[in-house]
Design a protein around this ligand. Structure first.
Ligand code: C2E
Ligand code: CA
Ligand code: CA
Ligand code: CA
Length: 279
């Protein structure tokens, strides 16, 4: 047994070492990217049931000069683990607010909103309220045009402090959306306690609504909950006209998804083309 154990170790160690080395390299890469601001935001349109653009969700990408764009799934997890997500989150918020300010100057885009994802780790930063308010003030945006997207994971053990911070930010006019609703740790009691403006239906449910009766039931229940609590509801991941029609018939009138537009780097956004792909 001992010999076998030693064998396993000999095989295992280099693999472990390679893993640790890879993780260290990735962490260093992330740290440098943050220092050098090798990140960009892509913006995905949100529309209402008349096809009118109401705002954008800002989605983070890593981009080293001359290299391919790196999607968030490849670095958000590590950013969370290392705590780098906190500074990255403030960079994202600042950048999105600067963009919002640019839109606010043009009549055609003055009323657009921007939705920014905030990770649990960042929301538990003690300086969160202070720093968010400072960024909003510096960018001179109307706070009512800013929507912070939170996930349920952050409520797990700190509902009270989360609510306190949300209330403080709400007082300035900033609004909150509960992202990925229905996934993970759903507890309906949060809906009662959180000062929310909006619930976002996760694309995992939207994906199958026209084919899977169970997902359809879940989506209908989420819409009913939102209505019952007087909250706005938006569906993400809407890819087909059938999905849009289904959602609309059940009372969801706001959409985000490839049907209306993919996330794009800003210079490519032509506002005149942002109408649904239906005829
Ligand atoms: P999320 O917040 O749920 O963002 C929605 C994701 O769905 C985005 O993926 C978006 O590109 C994708 N999506 C939108 N419409 C469709 C569709 O019709 N079909 C399909 N298949 N996908 C669609 P993305 O940009 O890769 O972001 C993935 C996740 O990374 C986000 O999920 C969010 O959890 C995280 N993330 C992105 N940006 C940030 C950020 O600035 N801060 C933090 N903390 N997390 C971020
Ligand atoms: Ca989101
Ligand atoms: Ca989401
Ligand atoms: Ca999601």
């Amino acid at each position: 047994a001992k010999a076998a154990g030693r064998n396993v170790q000999m095989i295992f160690d280099p693999v472990m070492q390679a893993r640790v080395a890879l993780r260290n390299a990735q962490e260093e890469d992330l740290r440098l990217a943050l220092e050098r601001q090798h990140f960009v935001l892509h913006y995905q349109p949100q529309v209402d049931d008349t096809g009118t653009l109401t705002g954008f969700e800002a989605l983070l990408r890593m981009q080293h000069p001359g290299k391919n764009v790196v999607m968030p799934d490849a670095f958000i997890g590590l950013a969370e683990e290392t705590g780098l997500i906190v500074e990255l989150g403030y960079w994202t918020l600042r950048t999105a607010c600067e963009q919002l300010y640019q839109w606010s100057k043009l009549p055609a885009t003055a009323l657009l909103t921007v939705s920014v994802n905030v990770s649990a780790r960042q929301f538990s930063d003690e300086a969160l309220v202070e720093r968010v308010l400072a960024i909003v003030q510096q960018s001179t945006i109307d706070p009512a045009r800013l929507i912070l997207e939170l996930t349920e994971s952050m409520m797990l053990d700190q509902v009270d402090s989360t609510v306190v911070k949300m209330r403080a930010l709400r007082r300035s006019g900033i609004r909150f959306s509960l992202d990925d609703f229905g996934i993970g740790f759903s507890s309906l009691s949060y809906l009662k306690r959180l000062p929310l403006h909006e619930i976002k239906i996760d694309r995992e449910f939207v994906n199958n609504i026209t084919h899977d009766a169970n997902d359809a039931v879940i989506v209908c229940a989420i819409i009913a909950l939102a209505q019952g609590f007087g909250l706005s509801v938006i569906a993400e991941g809407v890819e087909t006209v059938e999905q849009q029609v289904f959602l609309e018939s059940r009372g969801c009138h706001r959409f985000q998804g490839y049907l209306f537009g993919r996330p794009v780097p800003l210079p490519l956004i032509d506002l005149s083309t942002l109408t649904p792909e239906k005829s």
